[in-house]
Write a protein that binds this ligand. Structure first.
Ligand code: GLN
Length: 486
């Protein structure tokens, strides 16, 4: 029999509904698995066992009383950048150590209202800045496929927890790739929704014009279940879209025949590992055999995405992170007077990468440089978005590799920030354009490390993305593979 912790959300819900298992049993199975594995994997920053068991008991009572919410009794983990009422939220930073929010992020609150059982909070790069979780102030999460390697980042804990069976699904956040890239490195299904599809309220801000909460899980169907609950307008986030949310689950089995899939030539370039290119090309051939039509396209401004992002994201971060001053919450290094206290608190509280971004961002926004850097980057961002607008006049979806390489080893890129930034070349453009991107596991390299394909759709086209992804997963079983220690 499949272990309880290997069940998809879809299968776990069926068993809960049939009363084959209880939410408490399922939750205990996950908590045991965390106890068994997390010393080695280091995916969790907080395991909220009592909180989870209490929620599971409530879920069982609710079900006994006839309730059947979409995630009733499903144990999940939450990236530590999303505020959780009564449960410590650190963003992987010393500066927020000990901070316990008095409210929950809308995305989390909606999952809880749908019956989700929150197991705890997951490790991440500090303030979501990074691609490996090595920038966490607390621990480095290991890749369950090879513990000498990184799980990707910044939502590395969220990705590792799913593939290791330590949560049925998780929430991550993606500013430039932080859901999709760890999804690719850990071999799981991971969706960055369109900007504005899911509320950012309670998501501790990094780059406010880019940040998106999204689901990581074992299948497209599971991702659709989670997205369904989170998506939609929130009066507490003025940038959330006041538009109807389609029924993603109902749409999963719709026809994919005739969908045109753009293959941008700028994404198959030198520097991409041959095994990655081969697996993604094979996945595209699979889409074709399902009746979709590959079409070569061009996204001519792709090369500018990296420099554009690395002006805009740090600029926004430098403004957002000004609020950590040792006065209102988190760390305070008291030096008696105001300025010395600010300086000491921020000096000790932030790690090296966060300081680097604050300095880059402050420089890019300073008088005399604003137009040359920030203004220019915004203009180029528009060109990048127009590339997608033009492409989507011609195609329904775009398929690319999610990352140029498979998971790298711990320490391999830490001395070279530029090499680390290059991790994001294939995920940044969709972030800058605000369009949704889905990582689908599509193969393995010679070292048995997962490879991911990214599907991109027009803004608010998550339904098409999920439909195509589901069709792909009906025909393949890459998403069902698990690491050997399972
Ligand atoms: N790796 C990118 C960065 O460091 C993206 C991070 C993210 O999406 N949060 O900024």
């Amino acid at each position: 029999m499949t272990a309880l912790t290997d069940l998809t959300i879809t299968d776990a819900l069926a068993k809960l509904r049939a009363r084959d298992i209880s939410a408490v049993e399922l939750t205990r199975a996950y908590l045991d698995r965390i106890t068994q594995l997390d010393d080695q994997l280091q995916a969790w920053l907080t395991v909220a066992a009592d909180y989870a068991l209490n929620a599971a008991e409530q879920a069982d009572k609710a079900r006994a009383a006839g309730d059947d919410q979409p995630l009733l009794g499903i144990p999940m983990g939450i990236k530590d950048v999303l505020s959780t009422k009564g449960v410590e939220t650190t963003c992987g930073s010393k500066i927020l150590k000990g901070y316990t929010p008095v409210f929950s992020a809308t995305s989390v609150a909606r999952l809880e209202a749908a019956g989700m059982v929150m197991l705890g909070k997951l490790n991440m790069d500090e303030f979501a800045m990074g691609s490996s979780t090595e920038n966490s102030a607390f621990k480095v999460t290991r890749n369950p496929w090879d513990v000498s390697r990184v799980p990707g980042g910044s939502s590395g804990g969220s990705a590792a927890a799913v593939i290791a069976g330590m949560a049925a699904g998780t929430l991550g956040t993606d500013t430039g790739g932080s859901i999709r890239q760890p999804g690719a490195f850990c071999g799981i299904t991971a969706l960055k929704p369109s900007y504005g599809r899911v509320s950012r309220y309670g998501l501790v801000a990094f780059g406010s014009s880019l940040d998106c909460p999204g689901p990581l899980a074992r299948s497209v169907e599971d991702v659709a279940r989670i997205l369904q609950v989170m998506a939609g307008h929130d009066p507490l986030d003025a940038t959330s879209m006041p538009a109807d949310v389609p029924d993603y689950l109902a749409g999963l089995n719709g026809d994919v025949k005739g969908l045109k899939v753009g293959i941008p030539k700028e994404y198959f370039i030198e520097g991409i590992e041959p095994a990655v290119e081969q697996a993604v090309r094979a996945a595209i051939a699979q889409l074709e055999s399902l009746g979709m039509e590959p079409v070569e396209i061009s996204l001519p401004h792709t090369d500018y995405s990296l420099p554009t992002y690395y002006i805009i994201a740090p600029a926004e971060a430098s403004a957002n992170l000004a609020r950590y001053d040792g006065v209102r919450f988190g760390l305070r290094v008291d030096k008696g007077e105001m300025w010395p206290t600010y300086r000491a608190t921020r000096g000790e509280g932030f790690g090296a990468e966060v300081k680097r971004r604050i300095m880059i961002g402050t420089y890019a926004l300073s008088a005399g440089y604003y137009d040359a850097y920030y203004g220019k980057a915004q203009a180029v961002r528009t060109l990048i978005k127009q590339d997608f607008d033009k492409a989507f006049e011609q195609v329904d979806l775009i398929a690319t590799p999610t990352t140029p390489t498979t998971a790298f080893t711990i320490g391999e890129n830490t001395d070279d920030p530029l090499k680390m930034y290059l991790q994001d070349v294939f995920t940044l453009p969709a972030s800058l354009a605000g369009v949704p991107g889905l990582n689908l596991p599509c193969g393995f390299d010679g070292q048995n490390l997962p490879i991911g394909m990214q599907l991109i759709a027009p803004a608010f086209g998550e339904d098409v993305l999920l439909r195509a992804g589901h069709a792909y997963q009906q025909a393949t079983d890459w998403h069902k593979q698990q690491p050997a220690f399972h």
